[in-house]
Design a protein around this ligand. Structure first.
Ligand SMILES: [Zn+2]
Length: 409
């Protein structure tokens, strides 16, 4: 096989050659030359064994930074355990960030591995990028190594966490934790530093939590706190600052619901059902790491959790108290907007079809205005505590004699 970077003829093109020749890994080389991994990866490299004996034990004296990095990636929920190893996976677009991790984690005996295997489900050779260390080298227990006294610098840990799992949407920072307590601990530490975050439902992790900065100024304070650290991590700050193209993405969702319209003079007063079609549109800059404005999967999970699960095969009038009086497409759009804006601050438009011939389009307040004004009074009329407090209501309970007195007066 001939190396397309240096023209040298080789028995086996591998990382040992490529990293010396052009600095690329095999997967990056395949992407640069638009070659399938099936062609580039030599058969011997597939499922190549990785004996624990090839790993060095941790250094006797670990640096503060190494301890903080290990604690931060564990806090972020990134460390995996597999077949006697502790793994830190990385993305091919961000290998330099993984190498930044490696410069510290190698003190623990971590090594970089790009592993290739034939995936039967996708019918092709796939690669994954990992830092690996034998779990036994991190004993007596990883947890005791992760909770050293004194604890590592929180701000530095925060920077590592944000660099790895932070995602910006319309000026709000999101971080998802698969362990609820990890997210809550972070939220507490942030609050102590004057940065508020909201705890949202993490649809992908039943035991998890999704954190979002409460306001844009909270995002700015958070970023200012870790700015100098992010600059040191390859691509970390650029991810949040790069002026990438702005695009709008849409997701279509469907739910079957029944409803009726109270006090309506026509047929809609009767209970009837139909298939609702919802288009959720989110606008924002393309994230240079994910290549997306917002992951369609995230969009779908949020909309399913907040909307579809509530309404599908239900009567709209009883599924949400806000809609008990009127479950028109218009009211439904306002309600849906309020349920989604906290998860999708880039939300720009909803389109809701009650039938293919009848639909409603809504552009509601952005998150900042929604937080300031609260739920629209259209939705809260019947739950508002002031309802029923009008003095005129006493007229209804007065006896006729007393009513005459009122009329005379
Ligand atoms: Zn070469």
């Amino acid at each position: 096989m001939q190396c397309l970077e240096c023209d040298e003829s080789l028995d086996c093109l591998d990382n040992r050659h490529l990293l010396r020749c052009c600095g690329l890994t095999l997967q990056e080389y395949a992407l640069r030359h638009q070659l399938p991994l099936d062609v580039v990866v030599h058969g011997d490299l597939l499922g190549h064994p990785d004996p624990i004996a090839g790993y060095s034990p941790p250094l006797r004296h670990l640096s503060e930074t190494a301890r903080a990095v290990l604690r931060a990636v564990n806090w972020a929920g990134l460390l995996q355990r597999d077949d006697g190893f502790v793994l830190l996976p990385g993305e091919v677009k961000r290998l330099d960030l993984l190498f930044w991790d490696l410069q510290w984690l190698r003190e623990y005996g971590f090594k970089f591995r790009q592993e290739y295997r034939y995936s039967e489900s996708s019918h092709r050779v796939v690669a994954r990028n990992l830092l690996k260390a034998p779990a036994i080298h991190l004993e007596p227990s990883l947890e005791s190594r992760l909770s050293p006294v004194p604890p590592p610098d929180f701000v530095f840990c925060l920077a590592v966490i944000v660099a790895h799992i932070g995602e910006l949407q319309a000026g709000y920072l999101f971080m998802q934790f698969s362990r609820r307590s990890d997210g809550q601990t972070l939220a507490l530490e942030l609050a102590r530093r004057g940065i508020e975050v909201e705890e949202l439902d993490a649809a992908d992790h039943p035991q998890g939590i999704l954190l979002r900065t409460a306001t844009r100024p909270d995002t700015q304070r958070l970023m200012a706190l870790i700015d100098s650290y992010l600059k040191e991590m390859p691509g970390a700050l650029e991810r949040f600052q790069q002026q990438t193209p702005e695009v709008t993405v849409s997701k279509e969702l469907v739910f079957d619901s029944a409803h009726f319209i109270t006090d309506h003079p026509a047929k809609c007063a009767n209970l009837h059902g139909g298939r609702y079609l919802l288009h959720v549109k989110v606008r924002g800059r393309i994230d240079p790491v994910t290549g997306c404005v917002v992951d369609y999967g995230y969009l779908k999970r949020v909309a399913n959790r907040q909307i579809v699960e509530r309404f599908d095969h239900h009567n709209l009038n009883y599924a949400a108290s806000e809609l008990s009086w009127r479950s028109s497409t218009e009211m439904l759009c306002v309600y849906i907007w309020e349920r989604l804006i906290g998860y999708l601050p880039g939300l720009v438009e909803l389109e809701l079809y009650e039938t293919p011939q009848s639909w409603c389009t809504y552009r509601g307040p952005d998150l900042e205005r929604f937080q300031a004004s609260g739920s629209d009074s259209l939705l809260t009329h019947f739950t508002d505590k002031s309802l029923g407090r009008s003095p005129l209501r006493s007229l209804v309970t007065e006896t006729p004699a007393m009513l005459r007195e009122v009329v005379k007066a």
